[in-house]
Design a protein around this ligand. Structure first.
Ligand code: UTP
Length: 288
């Protein structure tokens, strides 16, 4: 049973500036919750109890969000606003959450390497801080189940268009069963003539702790950064990995369009605003 997860959230978020200048992009809301809360809840719903969030300068508000706010709670109690009070208290108790800083923004691989001591010698889950996945079952739980089944490191995958393959990565895959694929190689940000397939990793993986030794010996890759994909490619080639085409829908909160999509799609299902938003979209659509 996988109990530990890490959430790298130390990126610069340059694609959503100026929104992400003083506010971490992981704190951008989807209706009424910051993106990172959806991610922590996904991990908790998959049975994960200990979460390390990798932050950097200016991301202290993430720590505040998962902490008690004594003044706010006292005020809500005084006003008898028990529903919101209970929700805030629930958020502050979601999991054992730890924080570490990535001192220099040297890439996702370097961010993951900061978790070496926290993880120790067990398999662990990685949930990228700007990838929110909404579904009936927690996506990371589907990956953890696959880890138990195959005993190999797992990546969450989806088929994407060429436009995104060159921005993300490309996997060499062969179908195993249902939504599971054997992954024997991968390349970060390939040119189109270098791609293996249109399957890319989207925001989730379950890795064996051997990844840390590999990362320590991986040269800087695309963009002059230490790329997690380059280290995972070593495992894929040597031992093989398994790709799970998870069932939920993923929203890229590091991207302007992804933020809007998430807000609209979550909004139309949100009990408080569903009706109002549906009506509004219908009226608006007639004018488009
Ligand atoms: P991105 O590739 O989205 O990079 O990172 P970014 O720097 O955050 O965003 P842009 O491209 O400048 O807009 C994917 C995930 O890895 C984390 C990010 O926080 C995000 O969750 N990351 C990236 C780190 O933790 N450290 C890094 O050095 C780079």
């Amino acid at each position: 049973m996988i109990k530990k997860a890490i959430i790298p959230a130390a990126g610069l978020g340059t694609r959503v500036l100026p929104a992400s200048k003083a506010l971490p992009k992981e704190m951008l809301p989807i209706v009424d919750k910051p993106a990172i809360q959806y991610i922590v809840e996904e991990a908790v719903n998959a049975g994960i109890t200990d979460i390390l969030i990798i932050t950097n300068r200016g991301k202290g508000v993430i720590e505040d969000h998962f902490d008690h706010s004594i003044e706010l709670e006292a005020m809500l109690e005084k006003r008898g606003n028990t529903e919101v009070l209970k929700e805030l208290q629930r958020v502050a108790k979601l999991a054992n959450i730890y924080y570490i800083r990535q001192r220099e923004t040297k890439g996702l691989g370097d961010a993951v390497l900061r978790a070496k001591e926290f993880v120790g010698d067990e398999p662990f889950a990685v949930l990228y801080g700007d990838d929110v996945i909404i579904g009936d079952t927690p996506a990371i739980g589907e990956l953890c189940d696959a880890y138990e089944k195959y005993g190999k490191s797992i990546v969450g995958i989806k088929e994407v268009s060429d436009e995104f393959v060159v921005k993300y990565c490309s996997l060499k895959v062969e179908k195993l069963e249902e939504k599971n694929y054997a992954v024997s190689d991968m390349i970060e940000k390939p040119k189109l003539n270098e791609k293996f397939s249109n399957y890319a990793i989207l925001g989730r993986c379950v890795l064996d702790s051997e990844i840390f030794n590999i990362l320590e010996n991986t040269p800087l890759g695309a963009g002059g950064e230490l790329q997690l994909t380059d280290a995972m490619a070593v495992i894929a080639r040597e031992k093989g990995m398994v790709g799970v085409d998870f069932s939920g829908k993923r929203y890229d909160m590091g991207n302007k369009f992804g933020i809007l999509q998430a807000n609209i799609e979550v909004g139309i299902k949100h009990p408080e605003i569903s009706e109002q938003l549906r009506q509004y979209i219908k009226e608006l659509a007639q004018k488009l």
